[in-house]
Design a protein. Structure first.
Length: 226
């Protein structure tokens, strides 16, 4: 069973309440969930702190996500709580500041990770904000038990890929058509947000089935000179 688990919160230090800032007239977090909607998963979960539930509940329901709240600062524990409640044996990890995830790349990674049976899979050299990670539930539960480092618990997966002797890892370069490590399409600052408004407006003109393809997003990004 695969769970798509999206982490999000309201109190970002660099851009407070960015998850509910409007993007194309609707909250950013809804646009992220819309972008992820075509990725096959047995359950889609929004893993957020308790203090964000009231702001996210209706949006999650609209997008077909189940909210599972957990600790504010221990995001790894939040994921493990989602695993225990859903019974998932594999997790696709996504973050709430990425409304331009390359869904074709995400699907390819998901299929490769499942075929190989690795503990962790993630493409390198994608644009910042374009990717997801595929992780086995057992590996995340082991990380929760073994690491007390704040960085590991806040960022969820570093304990895995920093311990290659403990976990099986798959971290290839993304296929060339999706590469662009110098490109930033995540929303972390007010400057990122203003760029996202411009990018989303152009992407919205594409047919719905083409809006979240990596090559299309990169072409528009480059045409806009961003």
């Amino acid at each position: 069973m695969t769970a798509l688990v999206l982490q999000a919160r309201l109190d970002s230090s660099r851009l407070p309440e960015k998850s509910i800032l409007p993007l194309g007239g609707r909250p950013l977090i809804l646009r992220v969930m819309e972008a992820l909607s075509s990725l096959p998963a047995d359950v889609k979960i929004l893993a957020c702190p308790e203090d964000s539930v009231s702001s996210f509940q209706a949006l999650a329901e609209e997008a077909g996500f189940v909210i599972i709240p957990g600790p504010k600062d221990d995001v790894l524990a939040r994921y493990c709580l989602a695993i225990r409640k859903s019974g998932a044996d594999r997790v696709i990890r996504a973050t709430g500041d990425n409304p331009f995830v390359f869904m074709d790349a995400a699907l390819a990674l998901k299929q490769e990770a499942e075929s190989l049976g690795v503990d962790y899979a993630g493409y390198t050299d994608l644009p910042h904000g374009a990717g997801v990670e595929s992780v086995s539930s057992d590996a995340l539960l082991r990380a929760e038990k073994e690491t007390s480092e704040v960085f590991d618990r806040e960022h969820v997966c570093p304990y895995l890929y920093n311990n290659p002797g403990l976990f099986s890892l798959y971290r290839p370069k993304a296929p060339e058509k999706w590469q662009g490590p110098e490109i930033r399409i995540s929303v972390d600052t007010i400057e990122d947000y203003h760029k996202a408004e411009i990018l989303y407006k152009r992407i919205k003109t594409l047919p719905a089935q083409e809006r979240h393809l990596g090559e299309n997003i990169m072409v528009i990004y480059k045409v806009l000179g961003m």
